[in-house]
Design a protein. Structure first.
Length: 113
């Protein structure tokens, strides 16, 4: 079951480890970078707004050059860590960065140093 933002306290050791584990992959880092500015990196979608709703998993798989099951696994890790939110529209899943969790994670890392 995917965790929600309220399930993860960004300053907790468990959350920090989960975030670090999610980021320990070049493809997931690339996806997060693309999701930072989706209109620059993805073409317009028929369903869902790139900024408001997020990017369709099909587009992410296409851009990354991998199968949909591979992208689904990467996105599951990012969603479970709280760094990305998933939203269903029709039969598609759209992904968007969770900027609040990312900012809290960055603060926690800075404070730990």
């Amino acid at each position: 079951m995917a965790r929600t933002q309220s399930d993860i306290r960004p300053e907790s050791s468990e959350a920090l480890l989960e975030h670090l584990s999610a980021l320990d992959n070049d493809r997931r880092l690339q996806i997060l970078e693309w999701l930072k500015d989706p209109t620059q990196h993805f073409r317009p979608q028929v369903d869902g707004d790139l900024v408001k709703d997020g990017v369709c998993g099909v587009f992410i798989a296409e851009k990354l050059g991998v199968s949909q099951p591979t992208v689904s696994e990467h996105m599951r890790v990012l969603v479970d860590s709280g760094l990305v939110d998933a939203k269903r529209i029709k039969q598609w899943t759209f992904y968007k960065r969770n900027e609040k969790v990312i900012a809290a994670f960055k603060r926690a890392i800075r404070d730990a140093l």
